[in-house]
Design a protein around this ligand. Structure first.
Ligand SMILES: NC(=O)c1ccc[n+]([C@@H]2O[C@H](COP(=O)([O-])OP(=O)(O)OC[C@H]3O[C@@H](n4cnc5c(N)ncnc54)[C@H](OP(=O)(O)O)[C@@H]3O)[C@@H](O)[C@H]2O)c1
Length: 250
């Protein structure tokens, strides 16, 4: 049976993988949660919306005769990645996660590491400061306990509801970003502290480089722990995995 991929997307890596797969003539579907108003055009057919939990995903895999499941979601898309492990097992479909290694501090970095969003909220329980809050639209409400700060928000889409803190400025942009431009932005906005998820990869790293060059502290949110699964770190490895499985008749 020729490969029929299901690519769980929402990242630059997912789009890049889909492009390479399409160029090689592989067939498949790119899946989005539907969080973003204008998802980037994909080189393979796409679908949008949840599957209905692990069970729903397992049913989808069977119904659409998916041969390979590629989890290329963001490292903080914990629920989707957990569901992928369970569904792949249930449907007997091989799974690979295309992941980016986490960022690690370099000389000159001033990181306060926190285990999760709640930890970042706790770290902001301090006198008012000018904060670049780079946690995504879905988590803004959690920062309601600290309305004393000015928050610089950079989001893919404008917030659907006003953030629960009065003093903020929203920039709508989707990146990738450049360190020089992020440094200029932080200077112009008088930023004193950056809050970031440890996303890994290059597209979102500009703010970390900029913070280092300005000597600013970063509250770095660690990734959620995920169940063991096969992981690869680059597109070639993921494609090799598809081909190896195909050669073996998977
Ligand atoms: N979290 C982040 O910081 C972040 C940053 C950049 C991009 N993203 C992207 O945004 C999407 C949503 O992230 P999240 O943190 O809200 O995920 P999540 O909490 O792990 O997922 C919640 C639910 O959304 C649905 N879902 C998530 N990703 C999906 C996909 N690619 N295709 C179809 N359904 C999907 C699933 O619904 P059902 O249970 O109904 O199947 C999942 O259970 C992900 O695709 C991720 O790659 C996330």
């Amino acid at each position: 049976m020729p490969p029929n991929l299901l690519i769980l997307a929402g990242t630059t890596e997912a789009t890049a993988f889909a492009r390479h797969a399409a160029e090689l003539g592989l067939e498949g579907t790119v899946s989005f949660a539907g969080r973003v108003a204008r998802p980037l055009r994909q080189p393979l057919p796409q679908r949008v919306g949840g599957f209905g939990g692990a069970e729903g995903l397992a049913a989808y895999l069977e119904e659409h005769q998916v041969t390979h499941l590629i989890d290329a979601t963001h490292p903080f898309a914990e629920q989707m990645s957990r569901n992928a492990v369970i569904a792949a097992e249930r449907a007997g479909v091989p799974l690979v996660a295309l992941t980016r290694p986490p960022w690690t501090p370099e000389a000159g970095d001033d990181w306060v590491r926190v285990p999760d969003i709640a930890g970042a909220v706790a770290a902001l329980d301090r006198p008012a400061a000018r904060v670049m809050l780079a946690v995504g639209r879905m988590h803004l409400a959690e920062f309601a306990p600290n309305p004393q700060h000015f928050y610089l928000l950079r989001l893919v889409d404008p917030p659907a509801v006003p953030p629960p803190f009065p003093d903020h400025h929203v920039i709508v942009d989707r990146g990738p970003f450049e360190a020089e431009a992020d440094r200029a932005l932080m200077e112009a906005q008088g930023i004193e502290l950056v809050v970031s998820k440890n996303a890994g990869g290059t597209g979102a790293y500009a703010k970390i480089t900029a913070a280092r060059s300005l000597g600013l502290p970063v509250v770095m949110i660690d990734r959620p722990a995920l169940p063991a699964r096969r992981e690869v770190h680059d597109i070639e490895e993921a494609l090799a995995w598809v081909h190896a499985g195909t050669d073996l008749g998977v």
